[in-house]
Each structure stands twice: as C-alpha cells, then as structure tokens.
Design a protein around this ligand. Sequence first.
Ligand SMILES: [Zn+2]
Length: 476
Amino acid sequence: MTSRFPDPDLPDNRSLKAAVSQRVKAFFVMNNTRIYADKRFYFLGAMAASALVLGFALPDDKTPPPAANAMASVLPSFDLTRDDLFLEEGRFDALSETHLTLKSGQNLGPLLQQNGVSPQTAYKVTQAFGSVFDPRKLRAGQNFALSFDGDTLTDLTFKPNVDTTVFVSRGDGDNFSARQLTAELKFDRMRVSGTIENSLYLDASRLGAPDKVIQQFANIYEYSVDFQRDIRKGDAFELFFEVSRDHNGKVVKARNLLFTSFSPRGRTMDYYLFEDDKGRENFYDADGKTAKRKLRATPVNGARLSSTYGKRRHPVLGYRKMHKGVDFAAPRGTPIMAAGNGTVERANRFGSFGNYIKIRHSDGYQTAYAHLKGFARGIKAGAYVTQDQIIGYVGTTGRSTGPHLHYEVHKNGRAINPRTLNQLSGKPIAKKDRPAFDARRKAVDAMRADYAKADLVAEAAPIALPAGYGVLAAPN
Ligand SMILES: [Zn+2]
C-alpha cells in the first residue's frame, strides 16, 4: 500500500490541528528562536565556521585562547588570600538576574515581596510600573526579569508582548522610574517551499513557517484535501506570507498568508488571499474560485474514515450490502458540522439510523447524518443552517457498533460518493471583483518570483568562511 501521511505522532487532521494550535500558542508565548528559510545558509555558514574552529583549531593549539591571555595580564601580581578570593568572587556574583512568574490572582507587589524585596522597594517599583503599564492587564504566567546588585534591586524588565518592553530602574537612592519601549518591527515577506518528507506540519515548520501560517494552510485545504488519505511523501508545497521582524532580523510575528500552493497526488492547487471591497477575505484559485467547497466531504474534524462508500459486508447484519455513505469513527460527542448551507428537512429518530439529520442544499443535493448522540440547539425541521455550523454530535444510536458518524450525500435523490465533493469547485468570485483580483494575483506572483530568485542566489552563493580557511575550499 502506498504511504499515508506517515507520521505516527500526527495520525489525523485533528491531532495535526491540536498540535498546530498548541504550537501556535507556544510560538506567541515563548518568542522562541528559529532558523528561517531565507537565513538557513547563513546558519550553515556559521555552523561550518564553528566546526572548523572547534574541530581543527583547538586540539592542535596549545597556547591559551586570547581571552585567557587578557585575564592573566590583569591579574594582580601579589598572592591573594583565601578571603580576598571570596571577596573577588562575591563581586562577580553581585550583579545577578532572577526571573519571577506571576501566579493566578497575584499582583506584582506581593510577588516581589515573596522573593526577598523589601515592602518599601516593592511599593516604589509597583508605583513606577503602574505609571506606564496598567497592572489590571497582568496575567498569570507572565514573567519579570529582576536585576540585583548584591541584595539591592536595580531594575525590572517586563515584556507583555513581542513589541513592547517595560523597564523599571532605580535612579537616585530609592527612587524608581519606568519607561515603556515599543520595538520598531520591520515588515517583510517570506517564502517557504519544499516537499513532504515527514508531515506537512513538521516539514513546513522546519523550513521556518510559523505555526499560525501552517494553521491557515490547513484551514484552506481542509475542504478539498483528505489529510488522512491524500497526502504522500514528495508532495510539493509553498507558503508565501507576511511577517514582522525585529531589529536582529528575527521573525517575531506571523501576519497574513498571501499565497499557498499544495500538490497532493500531483494535483496542484494554488490559492491567493483576496479582500473584496467590503473587507471580506477569502482564498481563491487563479480562476477566481474559492478554496471552500459547496459541500464538505468530511463534516467532522479529526475523524478516522472507518468505512468507505460502496459494496461491503455489513458489520451488524453480516451479508454483503451496498454502503450508501461513509463512516467516520470519532469519539462520542465530537461536533458534526453542516456540510454546506441549506435547510434541515428532518432532525429526529429514524429507525436503524438512530438520531438522524437530513439537510437540503441547492442544485439537488442533500446530506444526511446518522447515529448521532444528540442535536445541536435549534436544529429541527425547517431550520436554515450555514456551512460549518454545528448541527449535532457523534454517537452510536440506532443500529451501530460504536461511536461513529454515518454520512450520506444524495444528488437528485440518489446516493453518491461523498469523496467526489472534493472535486466540486468552490463558488466563484463576484464578477465586479474580478479585475481587482486579477491585479492582486499578478502582484503576488511577481513578489513570489522575486523571493524565489533571492532563494536561488542564497543557495548558489559560497559559504563565507573566516579568513585563512579559504584555501581549504579552493580547487587545485
Ligand atoms: Zn455507515
């Protein structure tokens, strides 16, 4: 059998999403260091340089490193007593930094006092802090960095978000002052492209795509791609998005995903972000059709397809029988979404189907959902529902062997394979928006071409080596 999405940690769409959203949170909380796609060659260069330095220079070189020489030259020439040594060490330790984390319901003052700051100093620091940052906006888990000179608190640093830093520092005597700095973030764009080796999430993440952008990517393709069955090793992807960089060039914020391309099973699907004149944003292909499908092939997130459409041996009745729908195994209570906009025809008990919902959509389509644990509020015959609205919950009512959703799609009264809904194209862009969309698409393609060219230049450029090592790389 050909390989499925071959990642044991991310077996399906749901855990992919869970992992992504978890990482998205971590990304914004931790402000972690990453290697960006466009910086990876500099990184390799630095690695190569340090490998040369560590691997070749040190073992053969018996002279002490320059720093040690400098130290030796400033050491006093007379013998130090043991007490003097401790004093000297004490001086080096005098400037220390401590990190404190705010607990739920805790204020800055008590936090400082619990960590050895006197009530008077804690009061003054809190007053100064409050003059630039509203203490009611403090949240559990936020961190403060405190610097001490011996036992004396000299300053406090607080970063409420990636853009902002609050400094409280000791001035004359016991007075503290506070200021808030907002970092100048530089707007930039970034292009990440590659092929699937492990999983979309891991591979895109490794190339430097922020989690927020990968999450957007998953949201775009969830209508057209079955993340369990359509993804193969070697499938190509590209993400082109906006970022904010700090003064060191480090990406600190992911902004809009502008363009995305994905080729599951060699079927390339490109989508462009477009905002219409009413400010509504959507992703459209080059023909102006939305990434969303009229009807969802999979109306539950994170479900495992447990039985496909077609002839099979019935699990309860035992004989071969046409399976007129698909079954998704999912935990009891998993929300079920309306496959598309439509009117509820029935939402009640229906024989062996147990709790059952049928929705009538336009163009002769109907969708049906069986074995539900229960119905969402307001779901009854005659109710109008919109795509992705939660209509009920996975259960095992009726003739069923365990919690699963039995899902059927009918076209003009006849059952069809729900998987074919993937191929139905999305709603086209409004005619009046077409010229603006075409202009936008061309602009994005031109930007992508520029970034692709820059990537090629970076790849072709030789790795910069420190002076003296150039000869190693020179051809004879
Ligand atoms: Zn079924």
